[in-house]
Design a protein around this ligand. Structure first.
Ligand SMILES: [Zn+2]
Length: 354
């Protein structure tokens, strides 16, 4: 079995050369890229794309050699992983495939954004702070720019969440982020490979049911491959949590009927409670298999990860959660994102909910 999805313990250059990339990051607050967060300069993303892209491609090729794709090796070998600077589709975390062309697209902007969010997520936990500000940040990013058209009031994740620059050169944080990042990227690559191997096609809006069935099938494919290479699903928890905040929200719609209609006919890549519960059930049922080579984890910890994914499935379907996220995005200010500063924010959200 290969160890492709684990961070290289003997080197800090795991998935992402974090210090190198961050040192040269320019902030382009005013540029209107539309589809993505628009925080990062093209030249930095391009430079990073060369190193990170090569590493991701190398890991993907190692999956082919390891036997992970034995049931679909010819297709997997043909798949080209592309690293465009920015996504061609809408979304802050936009990773996608084109089954007819057998390509997987990993936009560098989405990748950098995911990495920054994970750095903040890990740093807050290491400091003993609640991780809520990461989700408040995403809600504010979503609502304070796209829905209400306000000028962007919060910056890129690390600055907005007060993450000190020196955190990027902290080996403990780097290793922890790399594990989550590697796990999430593995799952994303496997999920998109699933769409290609299973020859999924684009759906029109009235074929939404088919789209949902295809998502479930690609999830199953990804889960099996994660198990096959023994990659723990740890990174899927933050990845799905981030998506929960930025995904479609019941309160973006004027009433329950129009939301229901949207869920049934309008969503093309939905993160549904059903999807998350299926993933969770698979993780829990195969907990021992996920750790057979990963000495760092015990099966009980994998079951806990499954429970966390199952809980996310409940949150995705909970209208109160949608309302809270919607309010967080509207009433939040930059000051609410400071670590340890959440109780006053929650009081304001509760007041706004009345
Ligand atoms: Zn998909």
């Amino acid at each position: 079995m290969n160890t492709a999805c684990r961070s290289g313990a003997n080197t800090r250059a795991g998935w992402i050369p974090r210090v190198f990339a961050m040192a040269s990051l320019a902030v382009l607050m005013s540029c209107a890229h539309g589809a993505g967060p628009g925080f990062y300069a093209d030249k930095d993303l391009e430079q990073r794309g060369k190193t990170t892209g090569a590493r991701i491609t190398e890991r993907y090729r190692s999956f082919c050699k390891s036997g992970a794709f034995d049931d679909c090796l010819a297709t997997a070998r043909r798949i080209e992983i592309c690293f465009p600077i920015r996504s061609e589709v809408e979304g802050y975390l936009a990773f996608y495939s084109r089954p007819a062309e057998e390509t997987i697209s990993i936009p560098m902007e989405s990748l950098q954004f995911l990495d920054d969010l994970l750095v903040a997520y890990v740093w807050l936990q290491h400091q003993g702070f609640a991780i809520d500000p990461v989700f408040s940040y995403l809600a504010m990013l979503k609502y304070q720019r796209s829905v209400y058209g306000k000028p962007q009031s919060i910056g890129p994740p690390l600055a907005a969440l007060s993450v000190p620059v020196e955190v990027l050169s902290d080996p403990a944080i780097d290793a922890a982020v790399d594990k989550l990042f590697g796990s999430a990227i593995c799952w994303i690559l496997f999920h998109e490979t699933g769409h290609i191997v299973l020859k999924h096609g684009p759906q029109s809006n009235d074929e939404n049911l088919l789209s949902q069935v295809q998502e479930l099938a690609a999830d199953c494919f990804a889960n099996e491959k994660m198990l096959k290479i023994g990659a723990v699903p740890s990174g899927m928890i933050p990845f799905f949590s981030f998506q929960l905040v930025i995904d479609d929200n019941r309160f973006d719609f004027p009433d329950a009927e129009s939301w229901e209609r949207h869920v049934l006919t309008g969503r093309t890549h939905p993160l549904s409670g059903e999807r998350l519960r299926n993933i969770a059930a698979y993780v829990m049922a195969n907990a021992a298999g996920f750790v057979r080579e990963e000495r760092e984890f015990k099966p009980g910890q994998i079951v806990l990860m499954g429970l966390q994914i199952e809980r996310l499935g409940l949150l995705v379907d909970d209208s109160m959660v949608h309302q809270t996220l919607h309010l967080m995005g509207q009433v939040g200010t930059a000051a609410d994102l400071r670590p340890g500063n959440i109780s006053e924010f929650w009081r304001r959200i509760a007041a706004a909910a009345k």
